[in-house]
Write a protein that binds this ligand. Structure first.
Ligand code: KIV
Length: 271
């Protein structure tokens, strides 16, 4: 009898069970097949195809320029590398804020054209109708509150959000509304740890923090930041696990030396 090694996929239900059991959720961004495959094999719970692709893949200053077609390209590449992780895709700026019908059409395109498992939208009460409509169509929605980079020109700065009571109260209210509208989880970005703790404890669905302290139900980082590919971005919340920029620079310089000195390829490296 052969014992089949079936992979147990992470679902939105798995994440809610993890919260209920006190098990933290790990999430990283990825934008292509090879990194997604590596992260999936390493055991990451959730892969976010973030619109941070606009920054780290395309070199834009903000997340605003990336298009729905470009997000679909990144997400379909990621999906081909994944067999276990839950894959969540950001709805990019301008393809859901207009109205809930437009939001649903954009979410459906992501699900149909990429094979991803869920979408993420930034905002609270303002986008509630869209969240409800997408959830009603059977598409899982992850929320995103606090620092929402698609609104950077409204905020004017990337500093910590919701320090003031009025903004903290709105965030508490928005988190409840998103949960009631059917969001299965939400990202809390760059808010005080105490507020993130309170919100996390008030919700049944998990919170995933980035710069929101240790009491969130999970954590997310942008892969280029945590792997040290991008070394210019050093916010206090970031833990850098590698210095790939240094290692890659060293490897490329080594290769250049080997080519120039005729050391590469050797007799064994040719046909
Ligand atoms: O686009 C992104 O990478 C994100 C994370 C920072 C949460 O939204």
């Amino acid at each position: 009898m052969s014992i089949s090694k079936e992979i147990k996929r992470i679902t939105t239900n798995t994440l809610q069970k993890m919260k209920a059991n006190g098990e933290k959720i790990s999430m990283l961004t990825a934008y292509d097949f090879s990194f997604a495959k590596t992260f999936d094999e390493a055991g990451i719970d959730v892969i976010l195809v973030g619109d941070s692709a606009s920054n780290v893949m395309a070199g834009h200053e903000t997340t605003l320029p990336i298009t729905l077609d470009q997000m679909i390209y990144h997400a379909s590449s990621v999906i081909r590398g994944v067999s276990r992780s839950l894959v969540v895709v950001d709805l990019p700026f301008g393809c859901y804020q207009g109205n809930s019908k437009e939001a649903l059409i954009s979410a459906v395109r992501i699900m149909k054209e990429t094979g991803a498992h869920a979408v993420k939208l930034e905002g609270g009460e303002e986008i509630l109708e869209s969240v409800k409509r997408i959830v009603a169509a059977g598409i899982p929605v992850m929320g995103h509150l606090g620092l929402t980079p698609q609104s950077i020109y409204k905020f004017g700065t990337y500093t910590v959000r919701a320090r003031e009571e009025a903004e903290a109260n709105k965030l508490r209210h928005d988190a409840k509304l998103l949960e009631e509208a059917g969001a299965f989880a939400m990202v809390l970005e760059k808010i005080p740890a105490q507020l993130a703790k309170e919100v996390s404890e008030s919700l049944i669905v998990p919170t995933i923090g980035i710069g929101a302290g240790k009491h969130c139900d999970g954590q997310v980082l942008v892969m280029h930041d945590m792997l040290g590919i991008n070394t210019e971005f050093k916010p206090r919340f970031l833990r850098q696990y590698l210095n790939l920029h240094e290692q890659i620079t060293g490897a490329v310089q080594h290769y250049i030396r080997d080519v120039k000195s005729n050391d590469f390829p050797s007799d064994q490296e040719q046909y």
